[in-house]
Design a protein. Structure first.
Length: 401
């Protein structure tokens, strides 16, 4: 076989990826899940050793809430004292808004190591139970393959290994999208709970308005307001007054000259900041946020279902938010699952399966490569995902137009 023939065959295989059937997907996903076990053990040892973990902020906050006035959670000295009980010698500032304290409070009841495990594994399980519903049931073999694809998603591993809140926000985003068709009120209520991390809901109000989901908008506003009022009643007005202190920590992080912090972020802003500086990064991110927001809103006109429109919303969110880390990306499994399900029904487009495999791997791959390469390339697969969803529509709607 000549080099030209070999190249043509390789290109044809990559174009269709027909050999990657449900059986092979099950095996590969299971292998990745097994590989996560020693990786998680290593991360756990570091988190409970001298390296520490982002989870220190949540656990330390829980301890402070159990032992005294709630406003102390935003005092750096108090946070440091509480987190020293973990024995890592490290400290991570708590910067989430007061409604998040409902999640942090129970963590202080457990020893640090146990709380870390419970938070990481229970979050993974709850997110999986929600995210699994994004993949339609098509057959026993494919159903198992789909479940393993969701469970082994590298974005989920990153959320677990950092013991961060990506599972919470991811489950809320996915559940809100999947319930929209059945109940606007429930969907909106779930979107409203994202007040715990509002920059992940940046596009939601405009997207809901574009889809004329007025009940959902009202429910989201009511849900967010109710959660804020509940936190005010439980944790007090002084806690809300202390909350702006956390902005100073965030400002210090965003103003630091070192590129390492921005390489850990996976947004267009971070990549542009590393390449061109703060001013151009802000301008570039503003343009990208506007464009992706417009695409998400316009997609309602061609979306085959509310779930399809939701897939576009979540794909666009990965580009629209200027402040996003790799552990925030578990929500991306929903647009990936949507495209897999649609392709199973309608047939795979050229290169689509190959691109989805690369996008599926991208949260971990781009995070691992960011520091060695000096740039986080996650915006590229995120943009490809937006393009794949955008080019998917209902044939009957096109014909009718």
């Amino acid at each position: 076989m000549s080099d030209q023939d070999l190249s043509a065959r390789l290109k044809a295989n990559l174009r269709t990826l027909t050999w990657l059937d449900a059986g092979r997907v099950r095996v590969y996903a299971a292998m990745i899940l097994v590989a996560y076990i020693p990786m998680m053990v290593k991360v756990f040892r570091e988190a409970t050793g001298t390296v520490g973990s982002d989870f220190l902020a949540f656990w330390g906050t829980g301890r402070l809430l159990l032992s005294g006035p709630a406003p102390r959670v935003y005092d750096l000295a108090s946070e440091h004292a509480a987190q020293m009980a973990a024995g890592t010698g490290q400290m991570v500032a708590y910067v989430n808004p007061p409604p998040y304290l409902f999640l942090a409070a129970p963590l202080g009841l457990m020893p640090y190591a146990l709380a870390w495990v419970v938070w990481a594994l229970s979050g993974w399980a709850i997110w999986f139970l929600v995210a699994r519903r994004a993949l339609p049931n098509i057959g026993a073999g494919q159903d198992w393959a789909g479940a393993l694809v969701v469970l082994a998603f590298p974005g989920a591993y990153l959320a677990a290994s950092h013991a961060q809140n990506g599972f919470v926000t991811g489950a809320l985003l996915i559940a809100a999208v999947l319930t929209l068709r059945r109940s606007q009120a429930l969907s909106g209520a779930l979107f409203g709970l994202l007040i715990i991390k509002p920059h992940l809901a940046l596009l939601v109000p405009f997207w809901l308005a574009a889809g004329r989901k007025w009940t959902a908008i009202a429910a989201a506003a009511a849900s967010a307001t109710a959660l804020c009022l509940a936190s005010l009643a439980v944790f007090g007005l002084d806690t809300w007054r202390a909350y702006p202190q956390s902005f100073e920590v965030s400002q210090i992080l965003m103003n630091q000259p070192s590129a390492e912090f921005f390489l850990r972020m996976c947004t267009p802003y971070a990549a542009l900041r590393v390449l061109f500086g703060a001013t151009l990064a802000m301008i570039g991110q503003a343009v990208i946020t506007l464009v992706t927001g417009v695409l998400a809103c316009l997609y309602w006109r061609r979306a085959p279902s509310d779930e399809a429109a939701g897939a576009m919303l979540l794909a666009a969110t990965a580009l629209a938010s200027p402040y996003l880390f790799s552990y925030d990306l578990p929500f991306l499994i929903m647009p990936i699952a949507f495209l897999i399900g649609m392709s199973r029904r309608e047939g795979w487009r050229p290169w689509e399966k190959t691109l989805l495999v690369l996008i599926w791997l991208s949260p971990l791959a781009t995070r691992a490569a960011a520091l060695p390469l000096g740039l986080n390339f996650m915006p590229i697969p995120a943009a490809i995902l937006v393009g794949l969803v955008w080019t998917t529509w209902a044939p009957q709607k096109v014909a009718a137009a």
